[in-house]
Each structure stands twice: as structure tokens, then as C-alpha cells.
Design a binder for this molecule. Structure first.
Ligand code: G4P
Length: 529
């Protein structure tokens, strides 16, 4: 197959949702369609299997949280689908944010009863900022939930999207009869049988036809006609261009658990979702069909196998082909590296591959060379943008718990920060180290991993900080910035990249600081224009 065709057939995306909306269930049903797994339950089983073989994963198993962001690939109707799984738990939101830099589109799953939840809002905001095309899947229609129109309003308002339904439910919960597929112009009747691979569809070009009554009954037919009239009147026509430009978001309804509405979603997805999109590097924009390989690290996974204490760096291929045993330039280190056993992912398995294409993810065994955000090329000095750090929510001093083990402690902290487990700040005043995390859970993870992987002990001490703000002065030499640095000395730190950070101890002090030093811009992310 030609290089161009390989690119066109790839769809790399992420499924995002608030925990419990049905992301895992939907992922699993999508894999079933691809024939990648044989039975329901495989995805969840897989998670548990993985956690049992790894110390670190033991923590998450005990807590019932899936920390692992893995890649699941399968072929469906000639398309190579790469699903990048994203942890839903809010303590691991950073991980999900980073994974979003490697997807070309997303599917957002929303629970019909709970509507738009907190975690969904945060994740969709990041997608909107990056102009990632979004499809919305409203799940659990077999349960009683919110009115479909109210929910569409809620999605528009809370998520800031411009939706257009491509399917519409007929009833809900106990009365759930099925779905009218606006995109394909047919009706799927709900049987509640999760074992069915594909539901029967009845072509229905014209819902005005009296046959509708015989299929779904008089009352449901009238309601559906009214609903569709309203849909036509209120929502714009679906436009693929607008969807790709992130200006319009199609919505599907269904029930992942019952495998209902999933085929429609997938069929539409492979037709409209983008193949690998161009990506911005600091130097230029790179398009997928460029001959030379380029890619970047978006995730580092530690200790998948405790017998081999190495790490797996996940690389998204942006352009060209990635080949086994070919030397590539690690731009940050200015070193050529060869990889003898790059892993590709297929369903829940990984296997060694000789060649991978744009959109694919390869896992490279790493003994400490990689950091999140690193770029690999065939020789070009290129730095991919867009893996910023976000301000953590929790901050603590980290102290050495065993004076004999200072070296392993600092090595451990260094490597864990490279993996993106948390962020390290060093106070300007006295050099003390502060760990910042998105969730409180990470402090335990760090302590556990330092002990088990590096033989080091750490203790924490509270450090009351509200937000870390990256400092961006209009003029580094003006008096205002000099005064800011003098007055706020106690609250200034450097992040791992050496960028100056202001640690505001309260919302109030942040506001006061902004008012007092207007020429010193304060940002909640490490990357700004
Ligand atoms: P997540 O990955 O987004 O966290 O959600 P997950 O798929 O694990 O689903 C959360 C719960 O919602 C699960 O129930 C799952 O079976 C259920 N669920 C998913 N889709 C549907 C649906 O279409 N209809 C209904 N009624 N339920 C659905 P659980 O009891 O928490 O887990 P389990 O015991 O079923 O594994």
C-alpha cells in the first residue's frame, strides 16, 4: 500500500469522559466491532491483569482506578483505528491532557442522566483550545435520563460547543424504543440484547410515511416527527468541514452496554474523523505525508513489567515512517538512537514492528533518555510544541527521609518528573524542593515508587500554595519586574525547565499581585504565546 494510503486509512483518537459515563464500555464495544477482541469484558480484564504484574499498578488496582493510558488498535472497514485510552480519574488529568496532544480527534461520552460533569468540562476545554474535532456520544439511553433537547442545550452551554445531532432517541429508559439515525436516514430498534453484533436497521428516508406508526407505534411516531422537526429548525445541517475545523460537533445517542448506537457512531466516525493532522513545531508546521520521520513522546510508562525495570516511551508518529533499527536524532540530547524492538499495539497486545506510519503510536524501551515532549527526527532540529505543564493543585515540600540515600532520591525524583508524574519547583530563596500535583493521590504514588524503584525514602511537609503561575514579564529590565522579584522573593521558584514561577498562596494574593504589577503577566500553564 502506498505511503499516502497508509496515512489516509489511520484514525487516531481518544475517548474522554467523566468517570463512570461509559468510556471503558464504549472502548470495548468498538474493539468488538473491529474483531480485535472476542468477548465483552476483555478490556477491563486486561486492566486488572496488567495491574497484578506491576507494583506500581498495585496501587491503582487497590483503588480501582485505571491509571494506565494504553493504546488499543484495530482494523475496521479497512481503517486502522488507534484508540488512545485516557484515565478518567481527575488526579490523573495531566496524563489525559498530554495524551490529547497525540490524538487527531476525540469522542466525548456523556451519561444521559448525569449530563455534563466536571471532568468532561475540563477535558473538552483543552480540546477546544487545540481545535481538536469532537464527536459527542450520549450514553445509557436504556436508563431514564434528561430530555434530549435539554441535554443538547447543556452540552452547548457548559462545553461551549455548537452541536448538531446526527441521531435522535425514540423514547428513553423503560420506553426506549430505539434511535432514528439522521445521518444514515434509518431506524434502529432497541432490543436490549447486548450480544447482538449489529442491530437491524430499517431504512426510513421519510419519517412522514405512515409506515412509521407500524414500526414504533402511534405515540412514538408523533413525538419523533415533532422532535425531528425541531432538530431541523434549531440545529444547523451537519458540515464535515466545520466538524474538522472544530466549529461544529455532531452528537450520537446510544447505549454502550447494550452495544446500541455504537456501530452508527463507528461508521460515521471512520467516514468523517480526520486522518493524522499536521502538527506545529516551534520551527514550522509538519504534515503527515512528509518523507522524513518525525515524532514526539507524549507518555512514559514505568515498570510495565517489574522484572525489567525499564520504561516504555510512547511516541506519536507525526510524519514519515518509523523503522526498526534505523538511527534517529533525539533532538534535546543531540544524540542518534536506534531502536531494535519498537512495540506497536494491537488490541490489548503489543508486538515488535518493523515499520509504522503517521498516526501510529510506537512504544520504545527507554532507560532514561526520554522526557515527555521530546522530539525524534531523521536529523532536523525540530521541537514539537504543545505539551505544556498546567498549574498543579496540591503542593508539598519534599524532604529526604534517609540521609544515606540522597543520590537515589534525587535520581528518582528526576526520573518521575520526566515521566510527568508531578512537577518539581525549586524555591529561589533557599533551594528547597516542592512537588506539585494535580491530585493528592500522586504524593502516595511518588512515595511508593521512590521506595520500591529507587530504594529511597521521602517525607512531605505542607506548603500552602493556591496556584503556580508561570511568570512572563513584558520587560525583564524594568523597575516593576525588579520590584516584583524583590517583594515576592519568598514565593518565587524555578520549574524543571528553569522557568520562573510565582507560587501564589491564595486567590486574593494572586489578584493583588496582578493588580500591583500589571506588566508582569502570570499564566496557569507553562506555555504561552
Ligand atoms: P468509565 O470507563 O467511563 O469509568 O465507565 P465504564 O465503562 O466503566 O462504565 C461505568 C458503569 O456504567 C458500568 O457499570 C457500566 O456497566 C455502566 N454502563 C456503561 N454503559 C452503559 C449503558 O449504556 N447503559 C447502562 N445502563 N449502563 C452502562 P458498573 O456497575 O459500575 O460496572 P460493571 O460492574 O458493569 O463493570
Amino acid at each position: 500500500m502506498s505511503f499516502e494510503k497508509e496515512i489516509q486509512k489511520r484514525r487516531t483518537f481518544g475517548i474522554i469522559s467523566h468517570p463512570d459515563a461509559g468510556k471503558t464500555t464504549l472502548t470495548e464495544k468498538l474493539l468488538l466491532f473491529g474483531g480485535a477482541i472476542q468477548e465483552a469484558g476483555a478490556v477491563k480484564n486486561n486492566k486488572i491483569k496488567k495491574s497484578a504484574t506491576s507494583d506500581f499498578m498495585e496501587i491503582e488496582r487497590q483503588r480501582g482506578i485505571s491509571v494506565a493510558t494504553s493504546v488499543l488498535a484495530f482494523i475496521y472497514k479497512d481503517k486502522k483505528i488507534n484508540i488512545l485510552d485516557t484515565p478518567g480519574h481527575k488526579d490523573f488529568a495531566e496524563d489525559t491532557f498530554r495524551t490529547l496532544t497525540a490524538v487527531d480527534s476525540v469522542i466525548v461520552v456523556i451519561d444521559v442522566a448525569k449530563g455534563v460533569e466536571e471532568q468532561t468540562e475540563k477535558l473538552v476545554e483543552v480540546c477546544r483550545m487545540r481545535k481538536i474535532p469532537i464527536i459527542v456520544f450520549i450514553n445509557k439511553l436504556d436508563r431514564e435520563g434528561k430530555d434530549a433537547f435539554d441535554l443538547l442545550d447543556e452540552v452547548e452551554q457548559k462545553l461551549g460547543l455548537s452541536v448538531t445531532p446526527l441521531s435522535f432517541p425514540i423514547g428513553m429508559g423503560y420506553d426506549f424504543k430505539g434511535i432514528y439515525n439522521i445521518y444514515e436516514k434509518n431506524i434502529n430498534l432497541f432490543s436490549g440484547d447486548s450480544k447482538k453484533n449489529i442491530e437491524e436497521t430499517i431504512a426510513f428516508d421519510d419519517v412522514q410515511s405512515p409506515e412509521l406508526e407500524t414500526v414504533i407505534g402511534e405515540k412514538a411516531a408523533t413525538t419523533l416527527r415533532d422532535d425531528l422537526e425541531l432538530v431541523n429548525g434549531v440545529y444547523p445541517k451537519f458540515s464535515k468541514e466545520k466538524y474538522l475545523a472544530s466549529e461544529q460537533q455532531p452528537v450520537f445517542f446510544g447505549s454502550a452496554l447494550n452495544n446500541f448506537g455504537v456501530r452508527e457512531l463507528l461508521d460515521c466516525f471512520i467516514e468523517i474523523a480526520p486522518s493524522p493532522r499536521p502538527k506545529r513545531a516551534e520551527e514550522r508546521e509538519v504534515v503527515a505525508n512528509e518523507k522524513d520521520f518525525t515524532g514526539f513522546v507524549f507518555k512514559i510508562h514505568a515498570n510495565m513489567d517489574p522484572k525489567h525495570r525499564d520504561r516504555l516511551a510512547f511516541i506519536k508518529i507525526v510524519s514519515g515512517t518509523f523503522e526498526r533499527n534505523k538511527p534517529y536524532l533525539h533532538v534535546r540530547n543531540n544524540k542518534k538512537l536506534k531502536f531494535s524492538s519498537p512495540n506497536a499495539f494491537f488490541a490489548e497486545k503489543k508486538e515488535i514492528v518493523d515499520i509504522s506510519y503517521p498516526g501510529d503510536i510506537v512504544g520504545l524501551h527507554d532507560t532514561g533518555h526520554f522526557k515527555i515532549g521530546d522530539t525524534l527526527t531523521e536529523g532536523e532540529e525540530l521541537h514539537y510544541k504543545g505539551i505544556p505543564s498546567f498549574s498543579p493543585e496540591h503542593f508539598r515540600y519534599i524532604n529526604n527521609g534517609d540521609p544515606m540515600k540522597a543520590k537515589p532520591l534525587y535520581k528518582g525524583i528526576d526520573q518521575l518528573m520526566d515521566e510527568g508524574v508531578a512537577q518539581l519547583f525549586t524555591l529561589e530563596l533557599n533551594g528547597r524542593k516542592i512537588i506539585g500535583t494535580v491530585g493528592a493521590l500522586q504524593f502516595e504514588v511518588i512515595q511508593y515508587r521512590l521506595e520500591h524503584e529507587y530504594g529511597a525514602k521521602c517525607t512531605y511537609e505542607n506548603f500552602p500554595v493556591f496556584k503556580a503561575c508561570w511568570v512572563d514579564p513584558d520587560d525583564k529590565n524594568n523597575d516593576e519586574f525588579k520590584e516584583f522579584k524583590r517583594v515576592k522573593q519568598k514565593f518565587l521558584a524555578k520549574d524543571k525547565q528553569g522557568q520562573l514561577v510565582f507560587l501564589a498562596d491564595s486567590q486574593f494574593s494572586l489578584q493583588m499581585t496582578q493588580q500591583k504589577y500589571p506588566s508582569v503577566k502570570l499564566h496557569f500553564t507553562s506555555e504561552f504565546e
